[in-house]
Design a protein around this ligand. Structure first.
Ligand SMILES: *Cc1c(COP(=O)(O)O)cnc(C)c1O
Length: 440
């Protein structure tokens, strides 16, 4: 059994501070929010979202690199609006995410459509909206984009996503650029497909894209992938093609006590040294890095019970609220909202949720002190791939999301409630087949 042991009660982010015996999110005690809306809930810091964007922009804008936030990391329209207001573009992977990006005020010309399985209606909607670019992942999809553009009498702005066969050295479930991955077009097929696309009047072939995976902590795989793309750009140009854009993907990881994340200056230097001299419009698509550390999941201890290797604390948050531990073996540093009691390094405590699955287990944590029912805890680094991956498994509500700004907070996603879920399950009329078109 692995025990996650950060320095005891390390406060990992500057927007969270321990003061007067409790934990503040900016200037708002998280226990006050818990008292007002109940647990569990997600809290995000507007200050942290903004300062993350500002830090990345500061190192990338001198290189002319534009930033598109990967909406799937946190798609709350109010979070998107924070980024959109700063001039950030969006990287989307579905029609639903397009609607959210537009609703947040992102200009269509700042939106990139990624994803391996875009449907024809999604492609049509993207072309109608006038998105900046469609990142195509197969010959079949290129045909679908061409057909949709022809029907609309438009020219589709296309970039080909390359699979560079690079190991991002991250968790297997978030590695996306090995040869056997479902993502991207094999490097050997790219020149032929680019040339084929360039002959089609309904397609505007603009360049290449890559995305090697997520939570990448080492810069070497980025360099390897971008260098491979630079080589491909030179090859395409030598063959007489125009290549104007390069989309460098997301994946920039967040470090922890054991593994520091890549530093931004090194990240920018890797971009400059691999693709900086090609006169290309460059874009990155970070998701996790911009919002992961800006969020926490606040939960309450329901029961304690003895386990084979120390105490179990059963909390009211579960794998349906925060799936990353179950899916990726992720560990989220935990804070008690009260000053820890007793010897903090006595015994690890295993935090589990109430769901009827053994994988509903957040792992064992050292340094929490003696816990008691009704204690409040915060899983930190929960602002990315937390709320967006949540489900209603076990008929649990999707939990509220709260945005904190200075001394104020507001709910930015209300609890849906079981009544709403039951209403959607009101049966429709029985439909007989063979009597004309069916509608459900
Ligand atoms: C998920 C994804 C991203 C963002 O990944 P992060 O690890 O959150 O930065 C960027 N681009 C594409 C194509 C993606 O699928």
């Amino acid at each position: 059994m692995t025990v996650f042991a950060p320095p005891p009660q390390m406060i990992p982010d500057s927007w969270l501070t321990r003061r007067e015996g409790t934990v503040y999110a900016e200037e708002v005690p998280l226990a006050v929010v818990a008292g007002a809306i109940g647990t569990p809930f997600y809290a995000y810091s507007a200050l942290a979202l903004r300062s993350n964007y500002a830090a990345l922009e500061q190192v990338l804008s001198p290189l002319g690199v534009s930033i598109c936030f990967a909406v799937k990391a946190n798609s709350n329209v109010n979070v998107l609006a924070e980024f959109a207001a700063l001039g950030c573009g969006m990287d989307i992977v579905s029609g639903g995410e397009m609607a959210r990006a537009l609703a947040a005020g992102t200009p269509p010309g700042r939106i990139i459509f990624s994803g391996v399985g875009k449907t024809r209606p999604e492609i049509t909607a993207a072309l109608r909206a006038g998105l900046h670019q469609i990142n195509v992942e197969s010959a079949a999809e290129l045909e679908a984009v061409a057909a949709a553009a022809r029907d609309l009498g438009l020219r589709a702005p296309v970039v080909l996503r390359v699979n560079p066969d690079v190991d991002a050295k991250t968790h297997a479930k978030i590695t996306t650029a090995r040869r056997d991955s479902k993502f991207g077009i094999a490097a050997t097929d790219v020149p032929g497909l680019y040339a084929a696309g360039a002959t089609r009047p309904e397609l505007e072939m603009l360049g290449l894209a890559v995305h090697i995976g997520s939570q990448v902590l080492d810069l070497a795989p980025f360099r390897q992938a971008w260098a491979a793309l630079a080589q491909m750009v030179r090859g395409l140009r030598a063959a007489g093609h125009s290549v104007a854009r390069l989309d460098l993907g997301g994946g920039l990881g967040i470090g922890d006590a054991d593994h520091p994340g890549p530093d931004l200056v090194g990240y920018a230097r890797a971009i400059r040294e691999t693709v900086g001299d090609l006169d290309l419009a460059l874009t990155v698509e970070p998701g996790r890095w911009l919002c992961g550390r800006a969020g926490a999941l606040v939960t309450e201890v329901v029961y304690l019970k003895p386990g084979a290797h120390g105490d179990l604390a059963i909390v009211d948050a579960a794998m349906n609220d925060l799936m990353r531990p179950a899916l990726y073996e992720a560990r989220h540093p935990v804070l008690t909202l009260h000053p820890p009691r007793g010897a903090v390094d006595a015994q690890p405590c295993r935090l589990v949720g109430p769901i009827c699955e053994s994988s509903d287990d957040f792992g064992s944590y050292q340094g929490l002190g003696r816990l008691a029912p009704a204690d409040l805890l915060a899983f930190t680094h929960a602002g990315a791939y937390g709320a967006t991956m949540s489900s209603t498994y076990n008929s649990r509500d999707l939990i509220p999301e709260v945005l904190v700004m200075g001394e104020r907070f507001r709910v930015i996603r209300a609890r849906a409630g079981i009544e709403t879920a039951l209403r959607l399950e009101t049966p429709g009329a029985w439909q007989s087949i063979g009597e004309g078109s069916l509608s459900v």
